[in-house]
Design a protein around this ligand. Structure first.
Ligand code: SAH
Length: 482
């Protein structure tokens, strides 16, 4: 009876990952076609001196080598060509030729890889995330090349494209840190702040001289951490409409201060031990006033926290970010803004609705409609009459007033209107109608999610296959509630 029990026995690696030093060394690739090209490309990411051996290279290999300054030794393979190599690749695509190269390499005690012939390999090449000098190598011992590529793509997304530059900068600070900061907490604190704080942000922004300045200041202040607030757009609701930058900041945050409209799935992307603070606000249930939120952000910043202030959609669109930025500026706390997909864009996407349409509409208005109350018409109403596409935020409870005022001002009652509840979410609902139908939106008690209204002639270009009539839906609703 077998005693093997995969749920208990920890699996052991049959191929153990190590990093081979190739700087200034020769790496030999033997082959003429695709296999040789793939390995040449892979190894060209290193500083090794590449030696491709091919008497008759295929055009693609020859062209690539030419374009990338890799020399091809145009002669028949012979073992003497391997003698000074650090690594050898047998990449001929033919079993007997590969086997001969493997045998020669082994007799010279050089590690060899035969492409797609694991039984002949001394080592395997990984799927690689390259941020030189940082490298993440992924191996599956051949069990799942597709799996390795999937993991590679995920890790690639997680890491800043500038990580290599940051690591190089870190290397230049290593001696000074060792001299000036005692081993242990102080050094760890310095590096944590270096890799995630202002220095990292400056490197990400491509501003190396500021990065050096902040790193040096951090060293002078012996790793004391200044707070930082990121005003981050969480997008309209679907968690995969979050930007990669928002995702990265969420994973680094000590504290996440979020609005009510931000879905739990997005908040959950933060570190498990991050503090989460709900700041309100949905219509009718303000859990914190705006000035309380401003004060909270300032307090967290002063406490040296890395804060993500998470707002639905884009933080600069009806997000009261202006007041929060002013408070942070006054308090001398550093902050940044990360854009997000605003509700109007998500609603338009759900409706396949062109917000600008050649010959019909070439401008767009973001409004709340709440400024339609006064005696004079706001500027945007005139734009609407001139053909702009109008996106109305927070417009459900004043739908009738918006419609009446626009019609009175001269916009045709037949102007097309699209309404989306819960844009981007599975629970989304789409309605279409005209400006004359819009008042019925206000009466619809069945709409409990956030609602986006888009008005204008460009709406006529939307796809109405999945939407129902705004007005008829109301008549039906009355019928069934009777
Ligand atoms: N900063 C946000 C807007 C906040 S104001 C953004 O850029 O999207 C809140 C209003 O946004 C809601 O009343 C509603 O009109 C709209 N909204 C937000 N999320 C929405 C969604 N998923 N579907 C439809 N409308 C949405």
């Amino acid at each position: 009876m077998s005693t093997f029990n995969p749920s208990i026995a920890p699996a052991r690696l049959n191929a153990f990952p190590i990093f081979a030093k190739v700087e200034g060394r020769v790496v030999v690739i033997v082959g003429d076609g695709d296999e040789a090209l793939a390995k040449t490309r892979l190894m060209a990411q290193s500083s090794a001196e590449l030696r491709v051996i091919s008497a008759a290279p295929e055009a693609e290999l020859a062209d690539w080598a030419e374009a990338n300054g890799v020399a091809i030794v145009r002669q028949a393979y012979e073992p003497a060509l391997l003698t000074d190599a650090a690594l050898v690749f047998a990449a001929t695509g033919e079993l007997d030729r590969d086997a001969a190269v493997v045998a020669d390499a082994r007799s010279l005690k050089i590690a060899v890889n035969a492409v797609d012939r694991p039984e002949l390999c001394d080592f395997f090449t990984p799927a690689l995330v390259n941020r030189a000098p940082v490298a993440v190598a992924i191996g599956t011992e051949g069990a799942g090349p597709v799996l390795a590529q999937m993991i590679r793509a995920r890790i690639d997304q997680m890491l800043s494209p500038q990580l290599g530059v940051l690591a190089q900068l870190a290397a230049s600070y290593r001696d000074a840190v060792e001299k000036l900061l005692p081993k242990g907490v102080a050094r760890r604190r310095f590096w944590k702040e270096f890799f995630t704080g202002e220095t990292a942000r400056n490197v990400d922004a491509g501003d190396l001289s500021s990065a050096r300045r902040t790193a040096s200041r951090l060293l002078r202040e012996r790793g004391a951490v200044p707070g930082h607030v990121a005003l981050v757009g969480a997008g309209p609701g679907a968690e995969d409409l979050l930007t990669l930058r928002a995702h990265r900041l969420l994973m680094e945050a000590d504290v996440i201060v979020h609005d009510a409209l931000v879905p739990e799935a997005v908040i959950a992307m933060g570190r498990r031990d991050a503090e989460r603070i709900a700041a309100g606000k949905r219509k009718g249930c303000h859990s914190k006033t705006q000035s309380e939120i401003n004060a909270l952000l300032v307090e967290l910043g002063h406490a040296g926290k890395r804060v993500v202030r998470l707002k639905s959609g884009d933080p600069l669109v009806f997000g009261r970010a202006g007041e929060e930025m002013a408070a942070l500026r006054d308090a001398g706390i550093s902050y940044e803004v990360v854009p997000g997909v605003t509700a109007a864009f998500a609603a338009a996407a759900d409706f396949e609705l062109p917000l600008t349409l050649r010959g019909v509409s070439s401008s767009m208005v973001f409004t709340t409609g709440h400024d339609l109350k006064g005696a004079t018409l706001p500027d945007w109403a005139r734009l609407a009459i001139d053909g702009a596409t109008v996106a109305v935020y927070m417009g459900r409870s004043i739908a009738a007033e918006v419609a009446e005022r626009l019609i009175a001002a001269g916009l045709s009652p037949d102007t097309a209107v699209a309404v989306v509840e819960n844009a981007s979410l599975k629970s989304k609902r789409l309605f279409h109608g005209t400006l004359a139908d819009l008042p019925s939106l206000q009466e619809r008690t069945d709409l409990t999610g956030p609602v986006m209204t888009i008005i204008g002639d460009a709406v006529a270009g939307a796809n109405f296959d999945r939407s129902t009539a705004l007005y008829r839906a109301l008549a039906f609703q009355e019928e069934i509630s009777r």
